[in-house]
Design a protein around this ligand. Structure first.
Ligand code: HEM
Ligand SMILES: *[C@@H]1O[C@H](CO)[C@@H](O)[C@H](O)[C@H]1NC(C)=O
Ligand SMILES: *[C@@H]1O[C@H](CO)[C@@H](O)[C@H](O)[C@H]1NC(C)=O
Ligand SMILES: *[C@@H]1O[C@H](CO)[C@@H](O)[C@H](O)[C@H]1NC(C)=O
Length: 334
C-alpha cells in the first residue's frame, strides 16, 4: 500500500514538472503523427489534398510559402494567421495578398474525416507548404510536427514583418530576433524564387528612388525598361510581376533567384540589396554557384517552422482552422 502510494505521489510530481517545463514535455518531432491515426498516414492525407489543389492552381506553392513565413514570423508558428476576425493578423496591412487559406481548410477537412481533433492547423501549414514546394521543383524535405494551435491573433503583431525596402542589416536583426541566422535568412529569402509581387511594392525603384527623381541605380537597365512597361506611372491597376525574373524558372523553386539578383535583376529592394551588401553578398554568390540549394532551403524552412511553437499541453487542436475552439469556462475568448 505504502509503496504504491509513494509511486503515485512521485508520478504526480513528475507530471506537474513535465507540464511546467513545456519544452521537454512536448518538443517537435519528425513524424509526430506516425501511428496516431489508425492505418491512415496523416502526412499522406495532407499531401493528396495539396496535389489535388496544385493540379488546379500551381500558384498555391508561393501562396503557402508566404503563408508559412507570415505565420511563423508573427507570434510563432501557431496558425494565428488563419484566424478570422475583425482585428486578426489576416486583416493587418502587411498581410497584403497572403493566400492559400482554402488549401489549409481542405487539408483540415480531410484529416478531420480520418482522425478528428488530432492534427493541428499549424502542422498542416508546415506539411502542406513542404508538399507544394516539392511539387514546384524544390526538394522534398522532412518536416517536424507536434505543434498546437494558438488562441490569439492580433493585427498589431503583424507589424514585426520587415518591409520590402528594409536594409540587409535590419532584416538580419529581425530574423535574429527569431533565432534565425544571417545564412538562414539568405536561404529563406530564396522563397522569392517563386511567386509574384505587385508594382506598388517597388514603383519607387522605377521612377523616383529615395526621392532622387531617378530610378534605383542598382537595377539592371534591361529589366528597368521592361518593368516600366508593366508598371507605368499613374496606372489604374497594380499589376503582378514575377519575383524571379528568369522567365524559365519564375514558377520553379530553385536557386535561380540568386543568379538573378547577381545580374541586378532583383525586383524588391531587399532582394537586390542581398546581392550587394557586404553582409550577404558572398553567401549569395556561394549559393548561386552551389548545387545543394534545395536541401539547404528545406533545412531553413524546418528551422523557420520551429520558431516559438506551442507543444504538449500548450495551445489546442482547433476544430476549424478559422476560429479558436469555444471554451465555456472562458467565454470572453470566443
Ligand atoms: C525580409 C523579409 C521579407 C520581405 C520584406 C518580404 C516581402 C515580400 C513582399 C513585399 C511580397 C509581395 C507581396 C505582394 O506583392 O502582394 C512578397 C511575396 C512573397 N514572399 Fe516574401 N518577404 C520576405 C521574406 C520571405 C520569406 C522568408 C519567404 C518564404 C520562405 C517569402 C516568400 C514569399 C513568396 C513565396 C511570395 C510570393 C507570394 C505569392 O505569389 O502569392 N518571403 N514578399
Ligand atoms: C489584409 O489587409 C488588407 C489591408 O488592410 C485588408 O483590406 C484585407 O482584407 C486583409 N486580408 C484579409 C484576408 O483579411
Ligand atoms: C531564442 O533562443 C533562446 C535561447 O534558447 C530562447 O530563450 C528564446 O525564446 C528563443 N526565441 C525565439 C523567438 O524562439
Ligand atoms: C542585365 O540583365 C541582362 C539579361 O537581361 C544580362 O545579360 C546583363 O548581364 C545584366 N546586367 C548586369 C549589369 O548584370
Amino acid at each position: 500500500m505504502a509503496i504504491s502510494k509513494s509511486v503515485a505521489i512521485v508520478a504526480a510530481i513528475g507530471f506537474i514538472f513535465m507540464n511546467l517545463s513545456g519544452q521537454c514535455y512536448g518538443a517537435l518531432q519528425f513524424g509526430f503523427y506516425n501511428g496516431k491515426c489508425g492505418t491512415s498516414d496523416v502526412e499522406d492525407i495532407v499531401r493528396k489534398t495539396v496535389i489535388s489543389k496544385f493540379l488546379l492552381d500551381k500558384t498555391i506553392t508561393p501562396a503557402l510559402l508566404r503563408l508559412q513565413f507570415h505565420d511563423c514570423f508573427v507570434n510563432g508558428c501557431d496558425a494565428s494567421i488563419l484566424l478570422d476576425g475583425s482585428n486578426s493578423e489576416k486583416t493587418a496591412p502587411p498581410n497584403l495578398s497572403v493566400r492559400g487559406y482554402d488549401v489549409i481548410d481542405a487539408a483540415k477537412t480531410a484529416v478531420e474525416r480520418a482522425c478528428p481533433r488530432l492534427v493541428s492547423c499549424a502542422d498542416i501549414i508546415v506539411m502542406g507548404t513542404r508538399d507544394a514546394v516539392s511539387l514546384s521543383g524544390g526538394g522534398r524535405y522532412n518536416v517536424q510536427t507536434g505543434r498546437k494551435d494558438g488562441r490569439v491573433s492580433l493585427a498589431q503583431n503583424a507589424f514585426s514583418l520587415p518591409s520590402p525596402s528594409t536594409s540587409v542589416s535590419s532584416a538580419i536583426q529581425a530574423f535574429a530576433r527569431k533565432n534565425l541566422t544571417t545564412t538562414d535568412m539568405i536561404y529563406l529569402l530564396g522563397g522569392h524564387t517563386i511567386g509574384i509581387t505587385h508594382c506598388s511594392f517597388f514603383q519607387d525603384r522605377l521612377y523616383n528612388f529615395k526621392n532622387t527623381g531617378r530610378p534605383d541605380p542598382t537595377m539592371n537597365v534591361t529589366m528597368l525598361a521592361s518593368l516600366r512597361r508593366t508598371c507605368p506611372q499613374n496606372a489604374r491597376v497594380d499589376a503582378p510581376v514575377n519575383l524571379d525574373q528568369n522567365p524559365m524558372s519564375s514558377a520553379v523553386v530553385d536557386k535561380s533567384f540568386y543568379n538573378q539578383i547577381m545580374l541586378r535583376r532583383g525586383v524588391l529592394e531587399i532582394d537586390q540589396k542581398l546581392a550587394l551588401d557586404s553582409l550577404s553578398k558572398s553567401t549569395v554568390a556561394a549559393i548561386a554557384g552551389s548545387s545543394d540549394f534545395n536541401t539547404k532551403f528545406g533545412q531553413a524552412m524546418v528551422k523557420l517552422g520551429a520558431t516559438q511553437v506551442l507543444t504538449g499541453t500548450q495551445g489546442e487542436i482547433r476544430r476549424s482552422c478559422r476560429s479558436v475552439n469555444s471554451q465555456t469556462l472562458f467565454p470572453f475568448f470566443n
